[in-house]
Design a protein around this ligand. Structure first.
Ligand SMILES: C[S@@+](CC[C@H](N)C(=O)[O-])C[C@H]1O[C@@H](n2cnc3c(N)ncnc32)[C@H](O)[C@@H]1O
Length: 260
């Protein structure tokens, strides 16, 4: 076995051991709960824009983008624009790698790789900051509900011009809403790519944990994912992502579309 294979095998064994490690699992769940109570998820920026994600999930996005090499990332839920800028910057790195491999000049404005964000309420100050960001030429935004048929139609039309599409759902986290988003956007995911459904962890928190929100145990992205997957066998849960992260808001939320 060469050193690379050995490293990979050790990693696989380590992840498998985490799955049997009740103490580490409990610590991770408790830490997620404690950090959520303390609004830790609001602590970070990506290239200057506030991003409402855990660093672990940002790292997972980097791995997925490298694996899939998408030319379009569709995101529901923009907020301050941090996740749009994260996705745009990862696409910029893909372009840079392509250019370096081909020995050509990098022209980010000529790139086909884009991010499409949808939000029901794009606040003026956020729109202004996103449009002024150096990554703005890669970012397109649609204001409207992600389940509005007109919005879905616009997204479908835009996506039809791309060949590798990755989707992230991070808007309204109720069962009914996420189920409709999955029905609308998961079919746009190209084979081998992913639909990442954020905030599935709500199902694993104590009942009433999000007292000021319409989602709770039994009514959240994870319950929607499970209902939707039962009818959509071409997608599977990638268990490797949460296994390596341990702390993630998306357990059972990394959905991979099979290649055949
Ligand atoms: C958790 S934030 C998104 C965070 C962002 N993805 C990030 O990582 O920085 C959720 C966003 O979803 C938006 N939202 C709520 N309901 C929506 C709907 N029906 N359609 C589209 N966006 C919605 C909210 O306005 C809010 O900006």
């Amino acid at each position: 076995m060469n050193p690379i294979e050995q490293f990979d095998q050790e990693r696989r064994e380590r992840l498998a051991s985490y799955a049997q490690d009740a103490a580490f699992q409990a610590l991770s769940r408790d830490w997620l709960q404690a950090s959520m109570q303390r609004k830790y998820v609001y602590n970070f920026d990506w290239l200057g824009r506030p991003i409402i994600q855990y660093p672990q999930d940002m790292a997972a996005m980097q791995e997925l983008v490298w694996r899939v090499k998408p030319d379009l990332i569709i995101e529901t839920g923009i907020a301050h624009g941090g996740s749009l800028v994260l996705s745009a910057s990862l696409l910029a790195l893909l372009d840079m790698c392509d250019a370096m491999e081909a020995g050509t000049a990098i022209d980010p404005r000529a790139s086909r790789r884009k991010v499409l964000g949808i939000d029901i309420d794009i606040r003026a100050h956020n729109r202004q900051a996103i449009e002024a960001h150096p990554m703005a030429s890669r970012i397109q935004m649609i204001q409207g509900s992600s389940i509005d048929p007109d919005v879905v139609q616009q997204v479908r039309e835009i996506a039809s011009g791309y060949s590798r599409v990755l989707v992230c759902l991070d808007s309204m986290h109720t069962h009914a809403h996420v189920l409709q988003e999955l029905n609308a956007y998961a079919p746009l995911v190209t084979p081998g790519s992913y639909c990442v459904v954020f905030d599935t962890f709500v199902e694993d928190m104590p009942q009433g944990f999000f007292a000021d929100r319409p989602w709770d145990v039994g009514n959240n992205p994870k319950t929607a994912v499970h209902e939707w997957l039962a009818r959509n066998p071409s997608f599977e849960v990638d268990r490797n992502c949460p296994a390596q992260l341990m702390v993630t808001v998306a357990p059972d939320g990394f959905l991979r579309r099979q290649t055949n």
